[in-house]
Design a protein around this ligand. Structure first.
Ligand code: PEP
Length: 249
């Protein structure tokens, strides 16, 4: 059985006061919850880890530098992230690919840096609206998988998040059929490259406007093992029903 995972990406939102949401979320979790990861802004990582102690909620960062250390003003290494108690780091989010011009090669290096620090990499891929409308989704996904995933991926060091860029923060969501098609395609590509044992273990998350009212539908897809959630992860009252829907799926 593959593990299920609900990850919340707070992006550049919130202050320390928002960490109270972790305690609130804990109180609303199902009795047998899936894995839950909250990725707050970097300055909150350590306090988030403290606030989550005893709740079962894990903490992740939103990005890391590809190098282990050095003259990179303002950047954060994977080992510094691990030092806060975080276990996960998102790499290759489309907002970083876009605003920071990160390419597949950079994402691949960041995933390796994450692993070297003992973190699990949540590697994001996804097509633009233009590519979606031109029916290029599977080609784009194939290219991003080939370029962003290191050869050394195992069944436990990586989570892959499929996030159509046009669905992030827009309220637009692909049809269930489209989600099934892309997730089945990703699983098949992993199997070809890494073999069935590894491919079967890697959780595949869907991300892009997941909300309490659409989560159960999305989780019907056999190869959707969870969600990467932005806006709806900020408030426990919104994130908890998504986690419940995942637990029930
Ligand atoms: C995201 O930022 O990864 C995301 C999926 O955001 P939202 O859920 O707000 O669309």
């Amino acid at each position: 059985m593959r593990r299920k995972l609900a990850a919340g990406n707070w992006k550049m939102n919130g202050t320390a006061a928002c960490l109270a949401e972790l305690g609130a979320l804990h109180k609303m979790l199902p009795t047998a919850p899936p894995e839950v990861v909250i990725c707050p802004p970097a300055p909150l990582l350590f306090r988030a880890h403290e606030a989550a102690r005893g709740t079962g909620i894990e903490i992740g960062a939103q990005d890391c530098h590809m190098e282990a250390s050095g003259a990179f003003t303002g950047d954060i290494s994977a080992s510094l992230i691990a030092d806060t108690g975080a276990l996960y780091v998102i790499v290759g989010h489309s907002e970083r690919r876009d605003a920071h011009e990160e390419r597949d090669r950079d994402v691949r290096k960041k995933a390796k840096a994450a692993w070297a620090a003992g973190l699990t990499a949540i590697i994001c891929i996804g097509e633009t609206l233009e590519d979606h409308e031109a029916n290029n989704t599977l080609d784009i996904i194939a290219g991003q998988l080939a370029g962003s995933l290191p050869d050394q991926m195992t069944g436990t060091n990586t989570v892959i998040a499929y996030e159509p860029i046009w669905a992030i923060g827009t309220g637009k969501v692909p049809t269930l059929e489209q989600i099934v098609e892309v997730h089945d395609f990703i699983r098949a590509k992993l199997e070809t490259r890494y073999g069935a044992d590894i491919a079967d273990m890697v959780p595949l998350l869907y991300g892009g406007s997941v909300k309490p009212d659409n989560a159960a539908t999305i989780f019907q897809a056999a190869n959707v093992d969870g969600a990467l959630v932005g806006g709806a992860s900020l408030k426990a009252v919104d994130f908890a029903p998504i986690i419940q829907a995942l637990a029930d799926s």
